[in-house]
Design a protein around this ligand. Structure first.
Ligand code: ZN
Ligand code: ZN
Length: 373
Protein backbone atom coordinates (compact mmCIF):
# COMPACT_ATOMS: atom_id res chain seq x y z
CA UNK A 1 0.00 0.00 0.00
CA UNK A 2 1.07 3.52 -0.69
CA UNK A 3 2.18 5.68 2.21
CA UNK A 4 0.37 8.61 0.56
CA UNK A 5 -3.25 9.59 0.04
CA UNK A 6 -4.66 7.59 -2.92
CA UNK A 7 -4.66 9.14 -6.38
CA UNK A 8 -8.29 9.65 -7.38
CA UNK A 9 -9.09 10.91 -10.88
CA UNK A 10 -12.74 11.92 -10.44
CA UNK A 11 -12.01 15.66 -10.19
CA UNK A 12 -9.55 15.57 -13.13
CA UNK A 13 -12.16 13.98 -15.39
CA UNK A 14 -14.74 16.50 -14.20
CA UNK A 15 -12.40 19.38 -15.19
CA UNK A 16 -11.66 17.81 -18.60
CA UNK A 17 -15.38 17.34 -19.29
CA UNK A 18 -16.15 20.92 -18.24
CA UNK A 19 -13.49 22.10 -20.69
CA UNK A 20 -15.04 19.98 -23.46
CA UNK A 21 -18.37 21.63 -22.78
CA UNK A 22 -16.90 25.16 -22.66
CA UNK A 23 -15.18 24.59 -26.00
CA UNK A 24 -18.20 22.91 -27.64
CA UNK A 25 -16.23 19.69 -28.10
CA UNK A 26 -17.72 16.20 -27.68
CA UNK A 27 -14.62 14.25 -26.80
CA UNK A 28 -10.85 14.28 -26.51
CA UNK A 29 -8.59 11.60 -27.94
CA UNK A 30 -5.67 10.85 -25.59
CA UNK A 31 -2.56 9.11 -26.92
CA UNK A 32 0.09 10.18 -24.41
CA UNK A 33 0.67 7.51 -21.75
CA UNK A 34 1.41 10.27 -19.25
CA UNK A 35 -1.98 11.84 -19.87
CA UNK A 36 -3.66 8.42 -19.82
CA UNK A 37 -2.05 7.72 -16.44
CA UNK A 38 -3.17 11.14 -15.22
CA UNK A 39 -6.81 10.56 -16.24
CA UNK A 40 -7.20 6.88 -15.42
CA UNK A 41 -4.42 5.70 -13.08
CA UNK A 42 -3.35 3.16 -15.77
CA UNK A 43 0.45 2.75 -15.98
CA UNK A 44 0.85 0.20 -18.80
CA UNK A 45 3.11 0.76 -21.79
CA UNK A 46 0.41 0.96 -24.48
CA UNK A 47 -3.12 2.29 -24.74
CA UNK A 48 -5.41 4.95 -26.16
CA UNK A 49 -8.23 6.72 -24.36
CA UNK A 50 -11.24 8.69 -25.51
CA UNK A 51 -12.92 10.88 -22.90
CA UNK A 52 -16.40 12.06 -23.80
CA UNK A 53 -18.63 14.51 -21.97
CA UNK A 54 -20.43 11.74 -20.14
CA UNK A 55 -18.06 8.75 -20.27
CA UNK A 56 -15.39 7.34 -22.49
CA UNK A 57 -13.18 4.33 -22.94
CA UNK A 58 -9.61 3.19 -22.34
CA UNK A 59 -8.34 0.75 -24.98
CA UNK A 60 -5.52 -1.55 -23.96
CA UNK A 61 -4.11 -4.75 -25.42
CA UNK A 62 -4.32 -8.26 -24.02
CA UNK A 63 -1.30 -7.80 -21.75
CA UNK A 64 -3.03 -5.12 -19.75
CA UNK A 65 -6.70 -6.07 -19.31
CA UNK A 66 -6.48 -7.12 -15.68
CA UNK A 67 -4.03 -4.37 -14.72
CA UNK A 68 -6.28 -1.72 -16.29
CA UNK A 69 -9.34 -3.01 -14.43
CA UNK A 70 -7.51 -2.88 -11.10
CA UNK A 71 -5.90 0.51 -11.65
CA UNK A 72 -9.02 2.25 -12.96
CA UNK A 73 -10.99 0.82 -10.09
CA UNK A 74 -8.46 2.11 -7.54
CA UNK A 75 -8.41 5.58 -9.14
CA UNK A 76 -12.25 5.67 -9.23
CA UNK A 77 -12.10 6.22 -13.00
CA UNK A 78 -15.45 5.86 -14.82
CA UNK A 79 -14.01 5.06 -18.27
CA UNK A 80 -14.97 1.71 -19.78
CA UNK A 81 -12.18 -0.69 -20.69
CA UNK A 82 -11.82 -2.27 -24.11
CA UNK A 83 -9.22 -5.01 -24.48
CA UNK A 84 -8.07 -5.23 -28.11
CA UNK A 85 -6.46 -8.35 -29.62
CA UNK A 86 -4.08 -6.43 -31.86
CA UNK A 87 -2.91 -2.84 -32.20
CA UNK A 88 -4.73 -2.73 -35.56
CA UNK A 89 -7.98 -3.68 -33.88
CA UNK A 90 -7.36 -1.08 -31.18
CA UNK A 91 -6.98 1.65 -33.81
CA UNK A 92 -10.12 0.52 -35.66
CA UNK A 93 -12.11 0.50 -32.44
CA UNK A 94 -10.98 4.06 -31.61
CA UNK A 95 -11.59 5.23 -35.19
CA UNK A 96 -15.21 3.99 -34.90
CA UNK A 97 -15.70 5.98 -31.67
CA UNK A 98 -14.18 9.08 -33.27
CA UNK A 99 -16.50 8.82 -36.26
CA UNK A 100 -19.53 8.58 -33.96
CA UNK A 101 -18.74 12.01 -32.44
CA UNK A 102 -19.20 15.44 -33.96
CA UNK A 103 -16.10 17.25 -32.71
CA UNK A 104 -13.09 15.46 -31.19
CA UNK A 105 -10.07 17.29 -29.77
CA UNK A 106 -6.57 15.87 -30.08
CA UNK A 107 -3.04 17.06 -29.24
CA UNK A 108 -0.75 16.74 -32.28
CA UNK A 109 2.21 16.06 -29.96
CA UNK A 110 0.66 12.80 -28.74
CA UNK A 111 0.55 10.80 -31.99
CA UNK A 112 2.84 9.77 -34.80
CA UNK A 113 1.50 10.67 -38.21
CA UNK A 114 0.98 6.96 -39.02
CA UNK A 115 -0.96 6.35 -35.83
CA UNK A 116 -3.00 9.49 -36.32
CA UNK A 117 -4.06 8.46 -39.79
CA UNK A 118 -5.08 4.97 -38.67
CA UNK A 119 -7.20 6.48 -35.89
CA UNK A 120 -9.28 8.34 -38.43
CA UNK A 121 -7.31 11.50 -37.85
CA UNK A 122 -8.08 12.91 -41.27
CA UNK A 123 -11.81 12.82 -40.69
CA UNK A 124 -13.76 16.05 -40.42
CA UNK A 125 -14.51 15.47 -36.73
CA UNK A 126 -10.91 15.98 -35.63
CA UNK A 127 -10.00 19.27 -34.06
CA UNK A 128 -6.39 20.07 -33.08
CA UNK A 129 -6.13 21.52 -29.56
CA UNK A 130 -2.55 21.11 -28.29
CA UNK A 131 -2.15 20.97 -24.51
CA UNK A 132 -5.83 20.22 -23.84
CA UNK A 133 -5.00 17.71 -21.07
CA UNK A 134 -1.56 19.24 -20.37
CA UNK A 135 -3.22 22.46 -19.20
CA UNK A 136 -5.33 20.52 -16.70
CA UNK A 137 -2.31 18.54 -15.55
CA UNK A 138 -0.38 21.75 -14.76
CA UNK A 139 -2.43 22.34 -11.62
CA UNK A 140 -1.60 19.70 -9.05
CA UNK A 141 -3.94 18.32 -6.41
CA UNK A 142 -2.85 17.64 -2.84
CA UNK A 143 -2.10 13.95 -3.49
CA UNK A 144 0.33 14.99 -6.25
CA UNK A 145 1.98 17.75 -4.21
CA UNK A 146 2.42 15.27 -1.38
CA UNK A 147 4.38 12.90 -3.65
CA UNK A 148 6.46 15.67 -5.27
CA UNK A 149 7.23 17.14 -1.83
CA UNK A 150 8.37 13.76 -0.55
CA UNK A 151 10.55 13.28 -3.66
CA UNK A 152 12.14 16.70 -2.99
CA UNK A 153 12.88 15.66 0.61
CA UNK A 154 14.58 12.45 -0.60
CA UNK A 155 16.93 14.54 -2.76
CA UNK A 156 17.54 17.01 0.08
CA UNK A 157 18.44 14.16 2.38
CA UNK A 158 20.85 12.62 -0.14
CA UNK A 159 22.58 15.93 -0.91
CA UNK A 160 23.61 16.31 2.73
CA UNK A 161 26.39 13.78 2.09
CA UNK A 162 28.19 16.01 -0.42
CA UNK A 163 30.36 18.15 1.91
CA UNK A 164 31.53 15.07 3.79
CA UNK A 165 31.98 13.00 0.63
CA UNK A 166 34.08 15.54 -1.22
CA UNK A 167 35.90 16.73 1.90
CA UNK A 168 37.20 13.29 2.89
CA UNK A 169 38.34 11.85 -0.42
CA UNK A 170 40.90 13.46 -2.69
CA UNK A 171 40.24 10.94 -5.48
CA UNK A 172 36.47 11.15 -5.69
CA UNK A 173 35.01 11.33 -9.21
CA UNK A 174 31.80 12.81 -10.61
CA UNK A 175 30.41 9.29 -11.02
CA UNK A 176 31.18 8.39 -7.41
CA UNK A 177 29.14 11.37 -6.22
CA UNK A 178 26.27 10.49 -8.58
CA UNK A 179 26.19 6.85 -7.42
CA UNK A 180 26.17 7.86 -3.77
CA UNK A 181 23.34 10.37 -4.31
CA UNK A 182 21.18 7.88 -6.20
CA UNK A 183 21.75 5.20 -3.54
CA UNK A 184 20.88 7.63 -0.75
CA UNK A 185 17.69 8.80 -2.49
CA UNK A 186 16.48 5.20 -2.74
CA UNK A 187 17.42 4.66 0.89
CA UNK A 188 15.33 7.70 1.81
CA UNK A 189 12.28 6.10 0.18
CA UNK A 190 12.44 7.16 -3.48
CA UNK A 191 11.78 4.70 -6.32
CA UNK A 192 14.93 6.02 -8.04
CA UNK A 193 16.37 9.18 -9.56
CA UNK A 194 13.87 11.25 -11.53
CA UNK A 195 16.41 11.84 -14.32
CA UNK A 196 20.10 11.19 -14.94
CA UNK A 197 21.75 12.93 -11.98
CA UNK A 198 24.16 15.64 -13.11
CA UNK A 199 27.49 16.03 -11.32
CA UNK A 200 29.60 18.49 -13.33
CA UNK A 201 32.95 19.60 -11.91
CA UNK A 202 35.58 22.11 -12.99
CA UNK A 203 35.38 22.99 -16.69
CA UNK A 204 32.59 20.37 -17.08
CA UNK A 205 30.37 22.64 -14.99
CA UNK A 206 30.22 24.98 -17.98
CA UNK A 207 28.00 22.37 -19.69
CA UNK A 208 24.45 22.67 -18.29
CA UNK A 209 23.64 19.00 -19.01
CA UNK A 210 27.01 17.34 -18.54
CA UNK A 211 26.97 13.57 -18.01
CA UNK A 212 29.05 12.58 -14.97
CA UNK A 213 32.35 10.99 -15.93
CA UNK A 214 35.59 9.84 -14.39
CA UNK A 215 36.93 13.35 -13.73
CA UNK A 216 38.35 13.64 -10.21
CA UNK A 217 36.91 16.57 -8.24
CA UNK A 218 39.69 19.01 -7.41
CA UNK A 219 40.49 22.01 -5.27
CA UNK A 220 39.20 25.16 -6.96
CA UNK A 221 36.32 23.45 -8.80
CA UNK A 222 32.75 24.58 -9.00
CA UNK A 223 30.64 21.40 -8.79
CA UNK A 224 27.11 21.64 -10.19
CA UNK A 225 24.86 18.90 -8.83
CA UNK A 226 21.38 18.59 -10.36
CA UNK A 227 19.47 15.85 -8.58
CA UNK A 228 15.87 14.75 -8.19
CA UNK A 229 13.91 11.75 -6.98
CA UNK A 230 11.03 9.77 -8.46
CA UNK A 231 8.17 8.80 -6.15
CA UNK A 232 5.12 6.89 -7.47
CA UNK A 233 5.52 8.45 -10.90
CA UNK A 234 6.14 12.00 -9.62
CA UNK A 235 9.43 13.86 -10.01
CA UNK A 236 11.45 16.38 -8.06
CA UNK A 237 14.18 18.64 -9.40
CA UNK A 238 16.91 20.59 -7.57
CA UNK A 239 20.39 21.98 -8.29
CA UNK A 240 23.08 23.17 -5.92
CA UNK A 241 26.57 24.35 -6.79
CA UNK A 242 29.48 23.78 -4.46
CA UNK A 243 32.84 25.57 -4.55
CA UNK A 244 35.67 23.27 -3.45
CA UNK A 245 38.31 24.79 -1.19
CA UNK A 246 39.95 27.94 -2.50
CA UNK A 247 38.25 29.06 -5.73
CA UNK A 248 38.88 31.94 -8.12
CA UNK A 249 37.22 35.32 -7.54
CA UNK A 250 35.52 34.80 -10.90
CA UNK A 251 33.68 31.70 -9.64
CA UNK A 252 32.76 33.44 -6.39
CA UNK A 253 31.33 36.38 -8.35
CA UNK A 254 29.36 34.05 -10.61
CA UNK A 255 28.02 32.30 -7.53
CA UNK A 256 26.93 35.55 -5.89
CA UNK A 257 25.18 36.73 -9.07
CA UNK A 258 23.27 33.48 -9.54
CA UNK A 259 22.43 33.33 -5.84
CA UNK A 260 20.96 36.85 -5.81
CA UNK A 261 19.13 36.53 -9.12
CA UNK A 262 17.71 33.14 -8.17
CA UNK A 263 16.49 34.41 -4.81
CA UNK A 264 14.70 37.35 -6.36
CA UNK A 265 13.17 35.16 -9.07
CA UNK A 266 11.88 32.76 -6.38
CA UNK A 267 10.25 35.70 -4.64
CA UNK A 268 8.48 36.64 -7.88
CA UNK A 269 6.57 33.33 -7.93
CA UNK A 270 2.92 33.92 -7.03
CA UNK A 271 -0.45 33.45 -8.72
CA UNK A 272 -1.08 35.79 -11.65
CA UNK A 273 2.56 36.49 -12.55
CA UNK A 274 3.31 36.03 -16.24
CA UNK A 275 5.72 33.11 -16.75
CA UNK A 276 7.77 35.00 -19.35
CA UNK A 277 8.26 37.93 -16.95
CA UNK A 278 10.23 35.83 -14.47
CA UNK A 279 12.56 34.70 -17.24
CA UNK A 280 13.01 38.17 -18.69
CA UNK A 281 13.67 39.66 -15.23
CA UNK A 282 16.53 37.16 -14.76
CA UNK A 283 17.97 37.88 -18.21
CA UNK A 284 17.77 41.64 -17.69
CA UNK A 285 19.42 41.39 -14.29
CA UNK A 286 22.27 39.24 -15.64
CA UNK A 287 22.68 41.75 -18.50
CA UNK A 288 22.84 44.60 -15.97
CA UNK A 289 25.66 42.70 -14.24
CA UNK A 290 27.49 42.31 -17.55
CA UNK A 291 27.15 38.53 -17.81
CA UNK A 292 24.29 38.13 -20.33
CA UNK A 293 26.57 36.08 -22.59
CA UNK A 294 26.99 33.46 -19.85
CA UNK A 295 23.27 32.60 -19.77
CA UNK A 296 22.56 29.30 -21.55
CA UNK A 297 18.96 28.32 -20.78
CA UNK A 298 15.60 29.66 -19.65
CA UNK A 299 14.62 30.08 -16.02
CA UNK A 300 12.31 27.20 -15.21
CA UNK A 301 9.64 24.64 -16.03
CA UNK A 302 6.73 22.74 -14.56
CA UNK A 303 7.37 19.39 -12.83
CA UNK A 304 4.96 16.53 -12.21
CA UNK A 305 4.43 13.21 -13.97
CA UNK A 306 7.13 14.50 -16.33
CA UNK A 307 10.38 16.11 -15.24
CA UNK A 308 9.87 18.88 -17.81
CA UNK A 309 6.30 19.98 -18.52
CA UNK A 310 4.27 23.14 -18.86
CA UNK A 311 4.13 25.83 -17.57
CA UNK A 312 7.40 27.05 -19.05
CA UNK A 313 9.26 29.94 -17.40
CA UNK A 314 10.82 31.08 -20.63
CA UNK A 315 10.93 34.25 -22.75
CA UNK A 316 7.67 35.29 -24.33
CA UNK A 317 5.40 32.83 -22.49
CA UNK A 318 2.18 34.73 -21.81
CA UNK A 319 0.60 32.18 -19.41
CA UNK A 320 0.08 33.34 -15.85
CA UNK A 321 1.04 31.23 -12.85
CA UNK A 322 -1.87 29.50 -11.11
CA UNK A 323 -2.36 28.13 -7.59
CA UNK A 324 -1.29 24.49 -7.48
CA UNK A 325 1.32 24.65 -10.23
CA UNK A 326 4.74 23.19 -9.37
CA UNK A 327 7.65 24.97 -11.06
CA UNK A 328 11.42 25.22 -10.88
CA UNK A 329 13.42 28.43 -10.70
CA UNK A 330 16.92 27.67 -11.97
CA UNK A 331 18.99 30.49 -13.41
CA UNK A 332 22.62 29.67 -14.19
CA UNK A 333 25.83 31.12 -15.59
CA UNK A 334 28.29 29.08 -17.66
CA UNK A 335 31.77 30.20 -18.72
CA UNK A 336 33.57 27.84 -21.11
CA UNK A 337 36.93 26.72 -19.74
CA UNK A 338 36.16 28.05 -16.26
CA UNK A 339 33.00 26.38 -14.97
CA UNK A 340 29.41 27.10 -14.17
CA UNK A 341 26.94 27.87 -11.42
CA UNK A 342 23.27 26.90 -11.29
CA UNK A 343 20.90 27.06 -8.33
CA UNK A 344 17.49 25.43 -8.72
CA UNK A 345 14.58 25.23 -6.32
CA UNK A 346 11.22 23.53 -6.73
CA UNK A 347 8.18 25.56 -5.70
CA UNK A 348 4.45 25.11 -5.47
CA UNK A 349 2.36 28.18 -6.22
CA UNK A 350 -0.01 28.96 -3.33
CA UNK A 351 -2.73 31.51 -2.72
CA UNK A 352 -0.33 33.86 -0.93
CA UNK A 353 2.73 33.24 -3.12
CA UNK A 354 4.59 29.98 -3.00
CA UNK A 355 6.02 27.23 -0.83
CA UNK A 356 9.57 26.05 -1.54
CA UNK A 357 9.78 22.24 -1.62
CA UNK A 358 13.61 21.99 -1.80
CA UNK A 359 15.43 22.89 1.39
CA UNK A 360 19.13 22.19 0.82
CA UNK A 361 21.18 25.21 1.93
CA UNK A 362 22.51 27.58 -0.73
CA UNK A 363 24.03 30.32 1.44
CA UNK A 364 27.45 28.78 1.95
CA UNK A 365 28.54 26.81 -1.09
CA UNK A 366 32.18 26.47 0.03
CA UNK A 367 33.36 22.99 0.87
CA UNK A 368 36.54 22.45 2.84
CA UNK A 369 39.83 22.21 0.99
CA UNK A 370 40.58 18.69 -0.21
CA UNK A 371 43.14 16.69 1.74
CA UNK A 372 46.52 16.72 -0.01
CA UNK A 373 48.12 13.38 -0.82
ZN1 ZN B 1 17.35 20.27 -12.51
ZN1 ZN C 1 14.94 21.76 -13.91
Amino acid sequence: MSRFAPIVVVERLRVVRARLEESSLDAVLVGSLTNICYLTGFTGSAGIAVVTRSGGVLCVDGRYGQQAREQLDRAQCDLEIHVAKTSGEMNEFVARIVSSQTKVAYDANEFTLAQFESLGGKSAQMCRVDGFIGAVREVKDTSEIERIGFAARCADEALQIVPELIGRDSLITERDVRDELEYLMRKAGADGPSYDTIVASGENAALPHHRPGSRVIREGDAVVIDVGALVEGYHSDMTRTFLVGTCSDQLHQMYESVREVQQHAVEMVRPGVRCGDIDSWCRDEFARRGVADLVAHSTGHGVGLLIHESPWLRAGVEDHLKIGQVVTVEPGLYRVGVGGVRIEDLLVVTQTGHTVLTHSPKESPCLPSLPTT
